[in-house]
Structure formats: structure tokens, C-alpha cells
Design a protein around this ligand. Structure first.
Ligand code: ADP
Length: 540
């Protein structure tokens, strides 16, 4: 049996054991270590034997020499076999901390945890595997780990889905997606992907720089409208933004034996004298997470502790959650009667419309403003300063107040936020709070020009982590010059992206308000949002 075949067999055995679950990854680490030790010791022994002139090596070998040579051969073959094993099965390289490697820890962990080979029971061709999934003997969500090939796993799952439902998904694209990249990071049990067209609006002239804004949307008129807003802004000298605050929040809820005791913990958490200690415990979780503040609220004997922290270029939910866990562990010493009910107690508040985000902010808080020249209002926006100001008061301010709105004092901020979020790999569900916005319009320069601003307290964006690493999303970030982490000034990319979101919202607000003031809304939607092709096919 030649060395390659022996190596192949050992590798196959290791894979089968790992996939079968009887030899877990930590045990493989130990066997790898033992092989290394055996190699070093046997090499030393061999060298010593070869150089010992009083006992030259002779064939047939003696018992000890034979054992040494055997150890040497076995460890060499074992270690060589590692090269035949897809990464992840023998050498888990999960970073010890959040900061190692600079990539996403979730993905690295998932890759390390995924046994890279076939399960003994499903070894075989595609047909057998699909049949096993259809019959339920192989759970669909095990495909990636059992096959060690994400593309194949997705393809076979898709085929199993077709057989189970009796419906094809031919229209759902399959090729062109990196299924390995989404493993443990973006989506479970993939069967394809949905195409969303990306349009580009701009250039948006913001803080002296031009940006071409990618927007993923299926709403006709939206990109055109933002584009027109950008034109009006650029023709008036550009927009200016200010970032007021950068703090992602997470609020666990803990229960204490009494409301009095919960109030004691509240005082402890909010005391200025304790902040430094709490911050140093919190900040241990990451190089980038830095505690900014703590605010507590009581409901009976339940205490909601809202931690807010800056998170570098990451949107930061994972980072802040890890810091919170550190602090909760630390608090157990002084408050052993504290019972953790949930790491998230909804006072955070993630993906829900809340007053706390509207008032305190979450993620990046940004104000963006521009002064639009009266002539531009007329020529580009086809309306007047006076009409726009009045419309904004009656619609965005009074109308939203009548509706009991929570941070919805705007015309359509969420349209722009969501389109930009999808294009750049943000979490689209966070458009709930990220779209909170108050749009203010005033006549300035003796009523000739228009001052417009958008104030957005909770823009939650990142340029690393989550969906930002996927090829298409990363290229949209690249278009804006904010792809990945900013190595010179960590956090600068995410902050810039937040200002671009606000600037684009400014353009969108300006344009939609103008369309409403000029009575053009329905006309332009009929032009861009309902093609005759659509109507004809719907009618037929
Ligand atoms: P989130 O906290 O938004 O869910 P992840 O934890 O998935 O994000 O990704 C952030 C990861 O990127 C962390 O491991 C972090 O250490 C790493 N990282 C590298 N450079 C930066 C940076 N400039 N800003 C923030 N995180 C960074």
C-alpha cells in the first residue's frame, strides 16, 4: 500500500469519524498534537541512533529501532493526510476573541465547526442524498456540514424541495451566489437568491465629496426621485452633515427579589463613580467596542439596563452583546440575587419602533442640511419655497402628529434607508429605527431660498460583519468608498456610510415633497412605477 493510499485512508477515517460525530473536533486537535510530538521525538531518536557509532543501525532492525521508525512513518503519513482534508475538520481555527483575524468571528466559527465530509449514512451520489432529505432521514439543515460543499448542499436541497412540494423554483437564480460565504453568517438552508435591481442616484454632493448612491429597490420612481433631489442639492452647493453620536445599544432585563433591590442596582449602574470599572469590564470583549453610557429603567422588580457603546466599523449588535455579558458576569459578585431574564429586554430597542431610540438614539445619530437656492427649487423641483415649507408643516409635522407617529415626521425616509441597506448588506429589518427622521423646512434669505434638514437619531450601519462581506453588497460599499474596516481610523467607514444615508434621505425628502407640492406624484408614478407591459400582462 503506497503512502498516498495510506494517507488517503487515514484522512477518510478521520473524516468519517468527525462526520459521524464519534471523534469531535477537540479530540482531533489532540490526535494532531500527538502526531506532531511523535514526529519530533522519533526524529530525535533516529538522529541519535544514526550518529551512535558504537551501535550502528543494522537490518533487520532491533525492537527499539523498529518502534522508532514505525512511529516516524506513522506520524509522517498522518500529518501528510491533513493536507488532503478540507480546512475545518482537522484544524479548527476559530479565533479566541472577537478581534482575531479581522473577519467575522461567526463565520470563522461556523467554518471550523462544520465537519467537512460526508456522513457515513448518506455517502453516495446526489440521487441518494436527495432521497434521504425527501424521506426525512437526512435533515435538510445538516446538508452543509455533512457534505462539506455548500454549493452542492444548496443544489440538493433545492432539488429535494422541488420533489417535496411538487413545485419548481426555476425562476429563483441559483448560480452566481457564493454559498460558502453565507454559511454561518447570512442565511441558513439556502436554495438560491432573489434578484433585486440596483439603481444609482447621484452624484450626491455631501461634505464636499461626491457619492454615487446604490439603491436596491423594486419601487419604480424611487431612484429617479432621489436622483432629482441630488441634482437640486448639487446645484445649490451641496449638503453638510454632522454626526452627533455613535452608540449601539443592548438592554438586558434582570429580576431582583424586590423593587427596592432593583433600584439599588439601578443606582449602582448609573453612578458616575462606577462607570470606569464597568467600562473596563465591558471593553474587554473587543478592541472596537467602547462603552459610552448606561441608562436604566424599572418595571416593578425588573431592571432594564441599556448599555450604549461605539462599535468601530461594525453595526455592532454582536459586539455590544458580548460586552453586556461580561458586565453581567461581573455584577453577579455584588448582586448575587440578580437573575438574568434575557440578554435583550426590548429596551434596546432592536427592530421595533420605540421612543427610547427616537429620544436617546441608537447606532449613529446624524443631522444633514442643505440650503436650496430659490432658482433651483423652481427649475429642478418645479415648485416654490413657500409651497414646500407649508407642505412640510401640514404633512410631515402636523399630519404625523395627528397620526400619533413615533419618529415618522418625514415623507419617505424608510424608502431610501431600506434601498441603501439592501444594496450595502445592512440588516434591512433595522430600517424600523434607522428610518426615524424629522424633516424640517424653512424659508431663508428673505424667503428666497429653502433650508432643509433631516435629523436621524438611529442609523444602524456597519461596513464589516453581517451581509457586508458578500460580493455584491461589498461592491456597493466599495462604490461609496467605505468597504470593510477603516484601518487608519476604525469606525470612520461606518460613520461616513451613516452620513451618506442621511444625505440620500435629504435628497429623497426634497424630491418627494416637491412632487407632492407640484401635484406630480401620481403622474410620475404612472410613468415609472407601472409600465404598460405590467398592466397589459395583469389584464390578460
Ligand atoms: P456585529 O457586531 O455588527 O454583529 P460582527 O461581530 O459580525 O459584527 O463583526 C465585527 C468583527 O469585525 C469583529 O470580530 C471585530 O473584531 C472585527 N473588526 C475588524 N476591524 C474592525 C473595525 N474597524 N471595526 C469594527 N470591527 C472590526
Amino acid at each position: 500500500m503506497d503512502a498516498r493510499r495510506v494517507g488517503g485512508r487515514i484522512a477518510a477515517a478521520r473524516r468519517a469519524l468527525a462526520a459521524g460525530g464519534s471523534l469531535p473536533i477537540p479530540v482531533l486537535r489532540i490526535t494532531n498534537g500527538l502526531a506532531m510530538i511523535s514526529l519530533v521525538l522519533s526524529s530525535c531518536d533516529l538522529l541519535r541512533l544514526c550518529s551512535d557509532r558504537s551501535r550502528p543501525l543494522r537490518f533487520p532492525l532491533g525492537g527499539r529501532e523498529f518502534a522508532t521508525v514505525l512511529c516516524q512513518l506513522a506520524s509522517v503519513v498522518y500529518l501528510l493526510s491533513l493536507f488532503g482534508v478540507p480546512s475545518g475538520s482537522g484544524h479548527p481555527k476559530a479565533p479566541a476573541s472577537d478581534d482575531e483575524g479581522g473577519g467575522s468571528p461567526r463565520r470563522a466559527r461556523a467554518a471550523a465547526d462544520a465537519p467537512a465530509a460526508m456522513h457515513a449514512g448518506v455517502e453516495g451520489g446526489d440521487e441518494e442524498i436527495v432521497a434521504a432529505v425527501v424521506s426525512g432521514t437526512l435533515p435538510s439543515h445538516h446538508l452543509e456540514s455533512r457534505l462539506g460543499d455548500c454549493q452542492r448542499a444548496a443544489r440538493l436541497r433545492r432539488e429535494a424541495l422541488r420533489r417535496v412540494t411538487g413545485r419548481g423554483v426555476e425562476g429563483l437564480p441559483f448560480d452566481g451566489m457564493d454559498y460558502q460565504a453565507i454559511l454561518g453568517q447570512c442565511c441558513e438552508m439556502p436554495v438560491g437568491y432573489v434578484q433585486v435591481p440596483v439603481g444609482v442616484a447621484g452624484p450626491l454632493l455631501l461634505d464636499g465629496r461626491q457619492y454615487h448612491v446604490p439603491m436596491a429597490t423594486t419601487e419604480g420612481c424611487l431612484v429617479a426621485s432621489v436622483n432629482r433631489g441630488c441634482r437640486a442639492i448639487a446645484a445649490s452647493g451641496g449638503a453638510v452633515s454632522v454626526l452627533l453620536r455613535d452608540a449601539m445599544s443592548r438592554a438586558p432585563v434582570v429580576k431582583l427579589p424586590s423593587a427596592k433591590r432593583a433600584a439599588e442596582l439601578k443606582s449602582f449602574m448609573e453612578a458616575a463613580a462606577n462607570f470606569e470599572t464597568l467600562a473596563s469590564v465591558f471593553n474587554r470583549s473587543s478592541r472596537f467596542g467602547r462603552l459610552q453610557g448606561i441608562r436604566c429603567a424599572l418595571a416593578g422588580r425588573n431592571l432594564y439596563i441599556r448599555f450604549a457603546c461605539s462599535t468601530g466599523d461594525a453595526m455592532g449588535m454582536n459586539m455590544v452583546s458580548k460586552g453586556v455579558e461580561n458586565v453581567l458576569g461581573y455584577l453577579q459578585n455584588d448582586f448575587p440575587d440578580m437573575d438574568l431574564i434575557s440578554l435583550s429586554g426590548n429596551y434596546c430597542s432592536d427592530k421595533k419602533p420605540t421612543a427610547v431610540n427616537w429620544i436617546e438614539g441608537r447606532g449613529k445619530s446624524v443631522v444633514c442640511e442643505a440650503t436650496i437656492k430659490g432658482g433651483v427649487v423652481q427649475s429642478v423641483l418645479k415648485t416654490t419655497v413657500q409651497k414646500l415649507v407649508e407642505l412640510n408643516i401640514i404633512k410631515n409635522l402636523a399630519g404625523s402628529a395627528v397620526a400619533g407617529s413615533l419618529g415618522g415626521f418625514n415623507a419617505h425616509a424608510s424608502n431610501i434607508v431600506t434601498a441603501l441597506f439592501i444594496a450595502t448588506g445592512q440588516d434591512p429589518a433595522q430600517n424600523v429605527e434607522s428610518s426615524q427622521c424629522i424633516t424640517m423646512l424653512e424659508a431663508v434669505n428673505d424667503g428666497d431660498d429653502l433650508h432643509i434638514s433631516v435629523t436621524m437619531p438611529s442609523i444602524e450601519v456597519g461596513t464589516i460583519g453581517g451581509g457586508t462581506c458578500l460580493t455584491s453588497q461589498a461592491s456597493c460599499l466599495n462604490l461609496l468608498g467605505v468597504r470593510g474596516p477603516n484601518r487608519d481610523s476604525p469606525g470612520a467607514n461606518a460613520k461616513l456610510l451613516a452620513t451618506i444615508v442621511a444625505g440620500s434621505v435629504l435628497a429623497g425628502e426634497l424630491s418627494l415633497l416637491a412632487a407632492l407640492a407640484a401635484g406630480q406624484l401620481v403622474k410620475s408614478h404612472m410613468k415609472y412605477n407601472r409600465s404598460s407591459k405590467d398592466v397589459a400582462s395583469a389584464a390578460s
